[in-house]
Design a binder for this molecule. Sequence first.
Ligand code: HEM
Length: 86
Amino acid sequence: MIAGLLILGTALGAWLRYREVVIVKWSATLALILLPIQVLLGGLTVTANLQPIVVTSHLGVAMVILLSLLTTSLTSYLRQKTGRYA
Ligand code: HEM
């Protein structure tokens, strides 16, 4: 829930403040798109009794979300500091 709100806030911020920076905007948007899939997989993790394919998918999507948000923060930081990554 908290993670979801933070991801939503990050995507909103990227669209409002970094609209012209393609990498920042779309990496934050990718995390937002993956969020409902992750929540579904989280629910399935419970209801499907920790079936390996479901747990592994849940971990895999989590890694992609982490990677997207890392990209968002690094590229927005570099943009702020150096003006590059337009
Ligand atoms: C932003 C949303 C979420 C993220 C980033 C996330 C991420 C993760 C990660 C990284 C793990 C560890 C995976 C592993 O050790 O293999 C995990 C485990 C788990 N998640 Fe999520 N999760 C999210 C949402 C949810 C939701 C909504 C549920 C349930 C409704 C859920 C249920 C679980 C359960 C039951 C496990 C433990 C699996 C086990 O015991 O191996 N997750 N989650």
